[in-house]
Design a protein around this ligand. Structure first.
Ligand SMILES: Cc1cc2nc3c(=O)[nH]c(=O)nc-3n(C[C@H](O)[C@H](O)[C@H](O)COP(=O)(O)OP(=O)(O)OC[C@H]3O[C@@H](n4cnc5c(N)ncnc54)[C@H](O)[C@@H]3O)c2cc1C
Length: 398
């Protein structure tokens, strides 16, 4: 294992760092890393869009794409470096659905016409996306979804109910899974659609989170007409299309590097803040908690490097169980980190929007938001199931 970057990679890293260090000085005080602030607050959404334009101008929204689609064929290592730097600086501007999920899917699974129609808008940050997959009775068991798409001439007529749709209220377009064959078993009867969110028949209703932010939505689809040309892949083969994100970095390095920065700031706070006349940093309880977090973050970062190293050697499939393990490690560490931070800050950690709120009340907010990371993109239990079957060869229990 050799984690050393080449001179060119070091230079690129510096370019990313200079950019994010400078540009993130303009971030609104409410900006965090969580999607809650980005989608929930107008000021953060506007900042995110401005940053997206700047990243687009540098070609960094599409740098991982093949050259023939306007990208720069950036290697996995270069993608990894970008994510690490972006995470550390809490960098705005990358649409998690359009850039990170849909674009790879279009590159590997769409027609040329669809790529021409959608990729340039994503690369120029002119179209923002949302993911219309989960339903009230289909989350972990996504293949049981019941939203129905019925072919009628040149259109599909879609009826159904989606939920937990992050940022649907901000998105221009959405990508959706719907059932085209009601008689087929589970995943084999689904198709993958691209849907203009302004299409008549779409109603978006906010779902307000525990801590008061507007990230999630319910989306109701009532006789929504979607042209057949907006189906990606073959009819009833949507499951296959939804899995096509190979060759893109899946190490969770963004969370580990974000936590590294959070730890640096927590350590500074502990050095500067006195309790009973002594700096918090002299308290053995605080010191041990901080050192444990430092150990966990460094282990996590090393593991993320290992995941990418595996992807480089054997592709995404070989990295599958490692990527699942990285998700469990990163999201559970994130939760422990903010819990520990709240313990160290004591009762003050619960104060927000006040001059008495340490670190702008960030720990209180991040702690409340942290369990959601364990769920989004597949829960820790589902990730553990994957590790059992893919890495340990244990029998499936569901
Ligand atoms: C922050 C966040 C953002 C999201 N954004 C989107 C989005 O934009 N678009 C979208 O479509 N969806 C989105 N989701 C939904 C997300 O994909 C689902 O919440 C997730 O798949 C879990 O589904 P569920 O909530 O229905 O829980 P369920 O599937 O009902 O699970 C409930 C509990 O049972 C456990 N469980 C279920 N099955 C098993 C099993 N086989 N073995 C062991 N335990 C099991 C789960 O781990 C969980 O603890 C988002 C969720 C979050 C938290």
């Amino acid at each position: 294992m050799d984690f050393k970057f080449t001179l060119e990679e070091e230079a690129l890293k510096k370019e990313f760092e200079d950019f994010f260090r400078e540009e993130m000085k303009n971030a609104p005080p409410e900006w965090g890393t969580s999607m809650e602030a980005m989608f929930g607050l107008d000021v953060c959404w506007e900042f995110h869009k401005k940053m997206a334009k700047k990243l687009a101008a540098k070609g960094w929204l599409s740098h991982a794409w093949p050259k023939e689609y306007g990208g720069q064929d950036a290697s996995l290592v270069e993608q990894f470096i970008f994510s690490e730097v972006q995470g550390y600086h809490r960098g705005a501007g990358v649409d998690p659905w359009g850039v990170q999920m849909l674009a790879p899917t279009l590159i590997f699974g769409a027609s040329d016409e669809q790529r021409r129609e959608h990729l340039p808008y994503i690369a120029r940050a002119e179209r923002f996306w949302t993911q219309l997959w989960s339903e009230p009775s289909a989350g972990s068991d996504l293949a049981s979804l019941t939203t129905r798409a019925v072919r009628q001439g040149d259109d599909y007529i879609i009826n159904g109910h989606k939920i937990w749709t992050s940022g649907a209220h901000r998105a221009d377009w959405g990508f959706m899974l719907a059932r085209t064959d009601p008689n087929s078993k589970r995943s084999s009867g689904l198709s993958f659609f691209l849907v203009d969110m302004k299409t008549p028949g779409i109603t978006i209703r906010p779902v307000i989170s525990l801590e008061g932010s507007h990230l999630f939505n319910e989306v109701f689809l009532d006789d929504v007409h979607v042209p057949v040309r907006n189906r990606v892949g073959e009819e009833n083969q949507g499951w296959l299309t939804s899995q096509m994100t190979s060759n893109f970095e899946r190490s969770m390095i963004m969370i580990f590097s974000f936590l590294k920065r959070e730890l640096e700031e927590l350590v500074e706070f502990c050095k500067e803040t006195k309790k009973g006349g002594k700096p918090l940093a002299q308290d053995p309880f605080v010191k041990h908690r901080l050192s444990q977090l430092a150990i966990d973050i460094e282990s996590g970062r090393a593991y993320a490097y290992f995941v990418v190293w595996n992807q480089l050697k054997g592709g995404l499939i070989s990295a599958g169980p490692y990527a699942a393990a990285a998700k469990v490690m990163a999201t559970e560490l994130n939760q422990r980190f903010f819990y520990t931070g709240c313990e160290i800050l004591g009762m003050y950690s619960q104060v927000k929007e006040s001059r008495w709120a340490p670190m702008q009340g960030r720990f209180e907010k991040e702690y409340q938001q942290s369990p959601s990371l364990n769920m989004g993109g597949g829960t820790s239990e589902i990730m553990r199931n994957l590790i059992c079957s893919l890495a340990l060869g244990l029998p499936r229990s569901w």
